[in-house]
Design a protein around this ligand. Sequence first.
Ligand SMILES: [Fe+2]
Length: 92
Amino acid sequence: MKAVLATSTFEQMKITSYEILNSAAKVVEDAEAQRFCEESMRDEEEMALWLEENIEPLTQIYLLREEADASASLARSPSIARRRAAWATNCD
Ligand SMILES: [Fe+2]
């Protein structure tokens, strides 16, 4: 999930960078640079949108894997499972 956060942040930074470069290209009337910046900005916006649309499924997959890892850890360590069961019984 840290990678999703970092990638999303980086995509936003790139979009803003291309906006600034595009503005500069307009000032100096460099049509080729403008086209490049606009095309690159669209690519970055597509990636940012894909990330935004996939945050929920990515989070669900992450949580399912975390849960599976936690269950596997408990299965490998019966003493932890016994202590957890005893604790749960005492809390009833
Ligand atoms: Fe990108």
